[in-house]
Design a protein around this ligand. Structure first.
Ligand SMILES: *Cc1c(COP(=O)(O)O)cnc(C)c1O
Length: 395
């Protein structure tokens, strides 16, 4: 195990990574997990003269393939449903129409149909290892279903608070996995308050986005996989549908780690990271465009893309720093545009994206037209979930 310590993403305070962890005790910002990457590079490296990782055949398939840079003490004990190892699809027709070399990392193939599984596999593994007795999270969509599934797999009770307008599939699957689901009249922020109060009172462990350090470690494996699939290089541009932002900051963390591990050329340019949000709830786009380093919550957040309905993300500073460091940008699209994006991807390429994924198609078209997204190089869209869980949006 190469885990060394936790470092605050805002004030840089450090703490030992022992016991159940929440956020920085000094400033309340999310922790970043740090590893001894020099030591990890002894085994997490490419075989001499080869495109493969050393001992590639001995590595498990999927997310736990990257166990040297994951926090579990014993990866054999991981709480897993076979998450990760998602395909990187070429999108030749859509790319041709837009005049770019286009790819889709298709996260809809994960066990519960979204990339939330990556975060929950690692976070539930750690919660179990560190002695949590019950798990809880607010969720406006896929996170609830994923936590319910991984909690069932771990044999731990799960408590969820969901807005009453959560997609039916997410509510139904969570109940089927045995989670206690409470529907709240309000947004994800209200659900968060409900969960926080009960975590304090009942001793449940809170797995809200970035309120514990390990979900982002699971999500960062999207970056590791992408680089390996492209032959140990990064694309020019990545578009990511941004709610809490764990994938955005996680992938950026992964690229930095891969440079230190020697899996990426430290001189080669890193991708431009593009955050995409729905115009009914676009606090990160708004802050980026204002040049601010904190996001302001919109008054009445609304969008059919449930995963983007995050008015007050706790990782706002971290996300905005990544967007600026990567020379990226942030683009908002309307609900009509994102649904049209889904239909365009489905008709042209045979993939049924979640509305969050469809938003990327619309944002790419906008960004190319305005010149904010250059046409050069490979462009990767992260389809974060399956459209099958949002049938009411398409009916
Ligand atoms: C949760 C979710 C998002 C947003 O992910 P963050 O890491 O919170 O930014 C995007 N798309 C889908 C399908 C989701 O479930």
């Amino acid at each position: 195990m190469f885990l060394t310590h936790l470092e605050c993403t805002a004030c840089r305070d450090q703490a030992p990574a022992v016991g159940l962890q929440t956020v920085c005790s000094k400033c309340g910002s999310p922790w970043a997990v740090r590893y001894d990457l020099q030591a990890a590079a002894d085994t997490l490296c490419r075989a001499p003269g080869s495109q493969s990782l050393r001992r590639s055949d001995e590595r498990p398939h999927g997310l736990w393939r990257w166990h040297e840079v994951l926090p579990a003490a014993d990866p054999e004990q991981a709480v897993t449903l076979g998450e990760g190892a998602t395909p990187l699809l070429r999108l030749p027709r859509l790319g041709g129409e837009l005049g770019v070399a286009l790819w889709m990392k298709d996260e809809s193939r994960n066990p519960t149909g979204s990339f939330k599984d990556r975060g929950m596999s690692v976070a539930v593994t750690m919660a179990l290892e560190l002695g949590a007795r019950a798990l809880a999270t607010p969720s406006a969509g896929n996170a609830g279903g994923a936590l319910a599934a991984y909690g069932a797999r771990a044999g731990l009770p799960v408590h969820l608070a969901m807005p009453r307008d959560v997609p039916a599939a997410n509510r139904i699957e969570a109940g089927l996995y045995g989670a206690q689901v409470t529907l709240i009249d309000g947004t994800i922020a209200d659900c968060g308050k409900w969960i926080k109060a009960r975590c304090e009172k009942n001793g449940w462990f809170d797995l809200s986005t970035l309120k514990e350090p390990y979900r982002v470690e699971g999500k960062k494996t999207m970056g590791y996989e992408l680089v390996e699939q492209l032959g140990w290089r990064t694309p020019a541009t990545i578009l990511y549908p941004t709610g809490g932002g764990t994938g955005l900051v996680g992938m950026w963390k992964a690229f930095g780690e891969m440079q230190e591990l020697g899996l990426l050329d430290p001189e080669a340019p890193l991708p431009r990271m593009v955050a995409v949000q729905a115009s009914g709830c676009a606090p990160v786009v708004d802050a980026f465009r204002r040049g601010a380093d904190r996001a302001l919550a919109p008054e009445a957040p609304h969008t059919v893309a449930a995963g983007l309905r995050v008015p007050g993300p706790i990782g706002d500073r971290w996300m905005l720093r990544v967007l600026r460091e990567s020379m990226g940008t942030a683009i908002a699209v309307t609900d009509d545009e994102l649904i049209a994006g889904c239909s365009r991807a489905a008709k042209n390429e045979g993939v049924f994206c979640a509305p969050e994924g469809g938003a990327l198609v619309a944002a790419l078209e906008k960004g190319l037209a305005s010149g904010e997204i250059p046409v050069d190089g490979d462009i990767v869209l992260f389809n974060t979930g399956t459209g099958l869980k949002y049938l009411e949006c398409f009916a």
